[in-house]
Design a protein around this ligand. Sequence first.
Ligand code: ADP
Ligand code: MG
Length: 305
Amino acid sequence: MAEFSVIDQYFHRPASTSVDLGVGDDSAVLTPPVGQQLVICTDTLVAGRHFPLDTAAHAIGWKSVAVNLSDLAAMGATPHSILLALSLPTVNHDWLAGFSQGLFDCCNQFGVSLIGGDTTQSPQLTISVTALGWVEHGKAVTRSGAQVGDYVVVSGQIGDAAFGLQHLAHPLRNRLDYPTPRCQLGQQLKGLASSMIDISDGLAQDLGHILTASGVGARLELSQLPRNPAFSELALEQQYQYILAGGDDYELCFTISAQNYQKLVQQELNVMTTIIGTITQESGLTFTQDGKDHQLHYQGYQHFA
Ligand code: ADP
Ligand code: MG
């Protein structure tokens, strides 16, 4: 089957009316809303590296969109559309049907259109999605604004995906396969959070990016880290390994003044938020356990390590 029939059969769907020209021409055409900036990001998923080889095609489609919407959420942007660069070893119709359904399920849930892409043959299944969103001029939330005294806050539960990766038959596998991008919370944090990041490589590493970019440190209270009840059967060190060093949660980590946090929680939120620590003048990440200093050792994930 030719490349064009694959595109027509699986990826050519009507786009929203906010897309001037979508799939089918040499490029897509959009009209940016007046007063907004374009926010744009790309994430690639490689089979066996970013998802286990037995992952369902539907989940791969969902996740390839979700991880990108999560990056837009972490800027406070409203997601608008995606482009899909797909490299396939073979044309497998069952796989393509499941994959495209998962991809469109995630797009539809968050009001996003597929507006173009590229389809190629390659020995390794690789999925690259580029996501586009809008944010009011100057309102994007970056990594660099954390202030001494701000709360450090996370959404949801941290470490679930790492637990799911180690226990592939456990129901928490779902949190690995079907991450929920926190699009609504991200937009609600615009104008309130002083800095923000999404947790893709583990809380310690990703919060570390905020600390470096902002020139500050943080102190985290370990007993406050929000974790799944399934963690209670694990040793504490193992729990902290999943929570601090496990990746793939796609929750938001942000810093916010006490006053703005009050404003946030007065709104209706579709995910829980938990204060896990405070921003400090001294650089680096330190921990307390029930208020007392605590030394911790954990190993983060790095590509090319
Ligand atoms: P070109 O050769 O001009 O790059 P292509 O033949 O690659 O165009 O693609 C034809 C059209 O289909 C373009 O509009 C492109 O954006 C779209 N397209 C290609 N692959 C995909 C895909 N996997 N998902 C969505 N749109 C795609
Ligand atoms: Mg092309």
